[in-house]
Every structure is written in structure tokens, then in C-alpha cells.
Design a protein around this ligand. Structure first.
Ligand SMILES: C=Cc1c(C(=O)O)[nH]c(=O)[nH]c1=O
Length: 312
């Protein structure tokens, strides 16, 4: 029973990894994912210069998931490129993900040029969906800008690259985004980022849970699994087969992983549940997925990937 997978022609021993933003801020956290049962890791979305992020409290775990308005705290791209370079030397057969996010198209280009000029041999995850930088709109909801960014990106970058997308909620939006994405030689898309600008409150104190943005933040966890599965499956139906899908959102059990794969994901990322349980979650999720596969008579992911059945 194998939970290995292939993405952009690259083999990973396990289809599970962290979601950008969780357990990936610095070398200490990334080392923990590296040592875990995860097949690889993605770094925290890196910006041109380091950022402290938003004031705390900026993250809250709730019974059904999480809310966050981190504000893109990160060590800056050079830090992560150095770390990944070390890991590439230690583990030459492994490939890693570098998440990046510019605040404009020129920053995206600058970040990609830095990666090109480095010895990075992994995959780039261009984050188009950070919901928590006050004053900055969700790029992923601005279709013209997405098209402009991807046009520039593929003029300047040649390595395997995918985009981290926000969740969409409208069939016409799915059609429009798929039509844009299908124009480009993307290695993958990653659906979904947190559902932006949710609000959780504490009835006892009559206050919001987090400090930034009057308590508004990205929602993750159980709350978002139906939305995540719909986005994964919709893009699986609409994108050309060369563009694979990373499924993110609401994963906390082997069944959740199975559901994302059934909807068409080739890789599955874990955020909120990883934050709660720690990197040993990957042992549990892998074992639970293998049990489900065994019960159903599947030996490998290809046996059921994307084979969700309809009732018609
Ligand atoms: C990269 C910024 C993001 C953040 C953040 O740093 O606030 N939180 C998310 O839920 N998703 C993001 O993409």
C-alpha cells in the first residue's frame, strides 16, 4: 500500500506535506517537517524583505479549525533559499517547495530572479491569495491581474511553478479562472488558501479573538473542507491534465486525505490540524490513509485519484 505520488514529474515518497504558513517559518520548524513522515515541505511565503507580520494575538485554534491574520511574517527569501540549499545537499534526491509572494508584479519577478540565480532545484509555489495584508486586495480574485502576473512569471521563470489560490464560490468564477490558468505552463495549482476575512468572537468577553483587522482573519480547518473539496474537484475537471492539483483545506484524518485525492488532488497539504497536533500528525494520516486504501483494495493513489462518482 503506497501513499507515494508524482507532481510535475517529480516523485515524492508520501503525498502529504505541510501547508505554507504552518511549521515552516524558520529552520527549526522546517527541520521538524523534514524529519517527519511528510513527503516534503513548503516554506512560509517569502517576501523581498523580512517581515514581522501583524500584531499578536494573530492566530487562534478553535474546536472546528482556526482563524489567522499573521500578516506574512517571514525571514525573507534569502533565508529560505539558504536553508533549502543546505537540505538539498543533505538529501540530494528530495525536492522541496519554496513559497513566495510579491506585493506587485515587479516584486514577483525579483523573487523569481533570486530563485533562478540560486541553486534551488525544487518547485515554486506563488501565493496569489494572502488575505491578511491590510490594504492589499486578494490577488486571486482579480482575474486580470492574475493573467498579467502569470504572463510575466512565465517570461522570467523556467522551473516548475504553481500558484496558491483562494477559494472560489461561483461556477462562473471557476470557469474564468480555469480559462486563465489553462493558458500557462503551470506545474500545479494549490487549492485552497484560507477562506478570507472570517470573524470569530468570545461571547464571554464580548471581544474578537485576534488583534489585527478588528478580528477578521483567514479561516481554516473543518469549516472549509467542503469548499476545499469543491475547488479541488472543479479545477480537476476544468484544467488541462498537465496542471496537477495540490489539495489543501480541512484535512485532519486519513479520510480527509482520501477525499481530496478522490476529488483529483495529487498531493495533500495540512495546515490547521498540523498546527494543533504537530508533525507526528503525518504518521497518523499516512497510517489512516493506508488503512482506507487497504479496506477498499487500492494499492496506489492512481487507483482512485480523481475517480469521484456522481449520482447522475
Ligand atoms: C501569505 C499570507 C497568508 C497568511 C498570513 O500570513 O496572514 N495567512 C493565510 O491564511 N494565508 C496566507 O496566504
Amino acid at each position: 500500500i503506497s501513499t507515494e505520488t508524482t507532481l510535475a514529474g517529480i516523485h515524492f515518497d508520501n503525498c502529504l506535506m505541510n501547508a505554507a504558513g504552518v511549521y515552516c517559518y524558520d529552520a527549526d520548524e522546517l527541520n521538524q517537517i523534514q524529519k517527519s513522515a511528510a513527503g516534503t515541505f513548503v516554506t512560509k511565503s517569502a517576501t523581498v524583505v523580512p517581515r514581522a507580520g501583524n500584531p499578536e494575538p494573530r492566530y487562534l485554534s478553535t474546536p472546528w479549525g482556526s482563524i489567522n491574520s499573521m500578516g506574512l511574517p517571514n525571514k525573507g527569501l534569502p533565508y529560505y533559499l539558504d536553508y533549502v540549499s543546505q537540505q538539498q545537499t543533505l538529501f540530494p534526491e528530495k525536492r522541496y517547495f519554496q513559497s513566495i509572494t510579491g506585493f506587485n508584479i515587479d516584486e514577483d519577478e525579483a523573487l523569481l530572479k533570486q530563485i533562478t540565480d540560486s541553486d534551488f532545484n525544487g518547485l515554486v509555489e506563488l501565493n496569489l491569495s494572502c488575505p491578511n495584508v491590510p490594504g492589499k486586495p486578494q490577488t486571486g480574485y482579480d482575474f486580470e491581474t492574475v493573467e498579467q502576473i502569470l504572463t510575466r512569471v512565465f517570461e522570467v521563470y523556467e522551473g516548475p511553478l504553481g500558484v496558491k489560490l483562494p477559494p472560489y464560490f461561483d461556477i462562473v468564477h471557476f470557469d474564468q479562472m480555469a480559462a486563465i490558468l489553462n493558458q500557462f505552463p503551470l506545474a500545479f495549482i494549490n487549492s485552497v488558501n484560507s477562506i478570507g476575512n472570517g470573524l470569530t468572537i468570545d461571547a464571554a468577553t464580548e471581544r474578537v479573538s485576534i488583534k489585527p483587522k478588528h478580528g477578521f482573519g483567514g479561516i481554516g480547518g473543518d469549516y472549509i473542507k467542503p469548499t476545499a473539496l469543491a475547488n479541488v474537484h472543479t479545477f480537476y475537471q476544468r484544467l488541462k491534465p498537465e496542471i496537477q492539483i495540490i489539495g489543501t483545506g480541512g484535512v485532519k484524518s486519513g479520510q480527509d486525505v482520501f477525499e481530496h485525492l478522490l476529488c483529483g488532488a495529487s498531493m495533500v497539504q495540512v495546515g490547521t490540524a498540523l498546527h494543533k497536533e504537530g508533525p507526528q500528525i503525518f504518521d497518523r494520516l499516512t497510517a489512516e490513509l493506508q488503512t482506507i486504501m487497504q479496506q477498499k483494495g487500492y494499492n496506489k493513489i492512481a487507483d482512485f485519484k480523481g475517480k469521484l462518482k456522481y449520482l447522475d
